[in-house]
Design a protein around this ligand. Structure first.
Ligand SMILES: O=c1ccn([C@@H]2O[C@H](COP(=O)(O)OP(=O)(O)O[C@H]3O[C@H](CO)[C@@H](O)[C@H](O)[C@H]3O)[C@@H](O)[C@H]2O)c(=O)[nH]1
Ligand SMILES: [Mn+2]
Length: 732
């Protein structure tokens, strides 16, 4: 036994500079107390105008304060993780466990097959013994084009994997690699292979794209592959039978790459779908893969990625294993979450899709408070935890036993047996979706599943390596981003308002500070009410001449100015520290507002409608491609409206309402007929002016832009009517 055999495989570091943060929090706290003292001591008397508006504002501020408290709890004690991969290799290289990798796709149009197989190829090419890798694709679209692309990928992998390993290529998604890498002209050996592989990749890409464009699989291809005819018979998108094909059987000694080394197992699965059984979207797909893989490879570690999230770092598996296999703490680790990062962000990130603050600050905060949440992609799970097992002190993973493969049947027999596991009626009267596997009936199956794993006693780890483990595609239009957040906020609030609420489910099972941390996201939806109140009522009161904030000469003003200024400065600092720009922060503030007034509002509404039985759960898949002109506007950071959506009507109405109120107030300040107008309303005018400033892109979209992506006339018409109506009602 070497002497380093007892050294840990990972270390945990505390964040620095927390004293400063605690001091800042104290200042905000004191400032807020002053604000509340002002609110309580200046309530307009009964009969005086604005009494109710005042009380409402006070309630909103109380809510904001509570929400701020929750965000502070998350930031109190973040931790960072580090791994020692060398120790892992040294100790376990011969006994590395098998890994099952699950990729989900749902729609060949908005998730193009070429993108899907790039993700597949990137995970097949991990720096890991290929005979221990098993890759499963679940295709909820049951698309023959995706299937065809998978066939192509299974062939191309024979060239791609050796190429990656020989030249230590990064990233291992061919598309991403060839897009970013420069031709290695300095190295003649590599340059030659480079151009051959590149050409082969492009050929393959062209074939897949032209078949997708053609809209059907041609005769030759059907003939070339035996499965296709049968395919056409069983696969129609709504109502089809399970299609399961082992495209590369890792047990087969002939499944080798061009250098004779084994290939990872590759499985294509499209679940049976029947109208009488709910298919439960992604959670259903994941559970089907858990069952199918248990029959084929049964690896002890499961990695799950969305189809757009290619592996950007070929060592991620080894890094994750450092946590699971650590001698002292490894056995209690249920899952290891990597951050969600994106490759298609622009410099100032108009839609604030980057999630940087969440990934760099809040997730380490969760980790410090008791465990990372599971965010649906880029996460390594222990099979036992996903299958519903509780943690017990005696639990000990037996890596040696688990690294053997036992299945002896022929490929076709195995396929037939697995199909049963994926059939639509298999889960009837079972615990799947409840106590086993990913949880059903929640739009954020990931968060809920992670929470219940933690409540069963498992620890979870957040690991954020320097080189990002996975890169995906962020929404590229305003509406997509708002719709995505609607799904999230609806699902999150659903968790909060159910018996799965962290305070109930997690009572005495996870630390209180972790229960509180969950509230940041779970309470997104109700945030809309206070935000809507704050952007509507003070402005209308300004129009009506009701003062809701202290006079500019009063010293109470200081409390407001101090808290708002300090709070926003901190936010700006945090944003810039994690790689943002000033303009990006400003965009982020705008999106903060837009999400709260639309996504969260509709999320809350949807939740209520569902509770009352008026609407059904749905999973609106985020589009991962765009037309050229849409992409071009995205690159230029021009806000994309283009369609009429109720969300846009709300945004435009709020923007116009504030513009009207601001202009009204401005007129009165300039005319200077009322004594003390500025004196009494300065803060309200500033608030209203700030709202106008942040809404500039909306005014542009309403009145000044003539391109197809501006706001449609119907929205302009409706929002102007609504805003005028609101002002008229206020005034008379
Ligand atoms: O019926 C469905 C719907 C979706 N998906 C897949 O689920 C993944 C996530 O869908 P996407 O539209 O990209 O959603 P996002 O909003 O980007 O997803 C985030 O939020 C989801 C929860 O709302 C999590 O499941 C995801 O992992 C997380 O990335 C994609 O690979 C889809 O193909 C399915 O397999 N079946
Ligand atoms: Mn996605």
């Amino acid at each position: 036994m070497a002497k380093d055999d007892n050294l840990p495989l990972f270390e945990t570091k505390l964040a620095k500079g927390r004293i400063l943060f605690q001091f800042y929090s104290l200042l905000i706290f004191v400032g807020t107390c002053f604000i509340f003292a002002y609110r309580l001591s200046h309530i307009p008397a009964i009969g005086e105008p604005g009494r109710w508006a005042w009380i409402g504002l006070f309630c909103s501020e109380l809510w904001f304060c509570f929400y701020w408290f929750v965000t502070t709890v998350v930031r109190w004690n973040p931790i960072y993780r580090n791994t020692f991969k060398d120790r892992l290799s040294h100790r376990y290289e011969k006994a590395l466990p098998g890994i099952d990798i699950f990729v989900c796709t749902a729609d060949p149009v908005i998730e193009p097959p070429v993108m899907v197989i790039n993700t597949i190829l990137s995970v097949m090419a991990y720096d890991y013994p290929p005979e221990k890798l098993n890759v499963y694709l679940s295709d909820d679209g049951a698309s023959e084009f995706t299937f065809y692309a998978m066939l192509e990928a299974s062939r191309f992998s024979k060239i791609w994997l050796p190429f990656c390993k020989k030249f230590k290529v990064e990233p291992r998604s061919p598309e991403a690699y060839f897009r970013t890498a420069v031709e290695p002209l300095g190295e003649p050996v590599m340059a030659k292979e480079w151009s051959t592989v590149k050409m082969l990749y492009e050929d393959m890409k062209n074939r897949i794209e032209s078949i997708t464009k053609l809209g059907r699989i041609s005769e030759e291809i059907s003939k070339e592959h035996k499965g296709f005819n049968e395919w056409i018979l069983v696969a129609s998108p709504r109502d089809h039978q399970t299609i399961l094909q082992i495209l590369i059987d890792g047990r087969d000694s002939e499944a080798v790459d061009i250098q004779g080394r084994p290939l990872p197992t590759l499985v294509y699965l499209a679940r049976e779908k029947r109208p009488q059984y709910h298919h439960h979207f992604k959670a259903g797909a994941m559970n089907a893969m858990i069952r199918v893989s248990s029959r084929i490879s049964n690896s002890s570690i499961i990695l799950n990625v969305d189809c757009d999230m290619y592996s950007n770092n070929s060592t991620s598996i080894r890094e994750a294993l450092c946590f699971f296999m650590d001698g002292e703490k490894g056995n209690e680790v249920g899952f290891v979450q990597f951050p969600q990062a994106f490759e298609n962000l622009t410099k100032n990130d108009v839609y604030s899709s980057s999630l940087n603050v969440i990934m760099e600050m809040e997730m380490p905060g969760y980790d410090g408070n008791g465990g990372s949440c599971y965010i649906g992609t880029g996460c390594f799970h222990r099979r036992e935890t996903l299958s519903g097992q509780k943690y017990s002190k005696n639990f000990k993973a037996d890596w040696k036993r688990l690294s053997n493969r036992s299945v002896k049947e022929s490929t076709s027999v195995l396929e037939e047996k697995c199909k049963v596991l994926a059939s639509s009626s298999y889960e009837e009267n079972s615990q799947w979706g409840k106590e086993m596997g990913l949880k059903y009936d929640c739009a954020v199956e990931d968060l809920l599943t992670g929470l219940s794993i933690q409540c069963r006693g498992w620890k979870s780890i957040y690991f954020n390596p320097e080189r990002k483990g996975f890169l995906g595609v962020a929404p590229i239009t305003l509406l997509q981003s708002l719709v995505q957040h609607k799904r999230w906020s609806e699902g999150d609030f659903h968790i909060f308002a159910s018996r799965n609420c962290p305070f109930v489910l997690g009572y005495k099972k996870i630390p209180l500070k972790l229960q509180l941390s969950y509230c940041i996201y779970l309470l997104w939806a109700p945030n809309c009410l206070t935000t809507l109140y704050y952007v509507i009522v003070p402005s209308l009161c300004l129009l009506r001449g009701i003062s809701l904030f202290p006079h500019i000469s009063s010293s109470w003003v200081l409390a407001f100015v101090f808290v708002i200024f300090l709070h926003r400065t901190y936010s700006l600092g945090e944003f810039i520290r994690f790689g943002g720009t000033f303009k990006g922060w400003w965009n982020d503030q705008r999106m903060w507002l837009y999400k709260r007034t639309t996504s969260y509002f509709f999320g809350l509404l949807d939740y209520i409608l569902k509770r009352l039985g008026f609407s059904k759960s749905a999973f609106v898949v985020t589009t991962k491609v765009a037309d050229d002109d849409v992409s071009q506007r995205y690159e230029q950071e021009v806000m994309e409206f283009g369609t009429s959506s109720p969300m846009f009507t709300i945004l435009a109405t709020l923007a116009l309402l504030n513009a009207f109120c601001f202009l009204g107030a401005l007129k009165r300040v300039i005319a200077n007929v009322e004594i003390l107008f500025w004196e009494r309303f300065a803060l309200q005018i500033l608030l209203c002016g700030l709202l106008v400033l942040i809404n500039l892109p909306v005014y542009q979209g309403l009145f000044f832009r003539k391109d197809v992506a501006s706001l449609p006339t119907s929205v302009t018409f409706k929002s102007t009517m609504f805003a005028l109506l609101a002002c008229a009602i206020t005034l008379y």
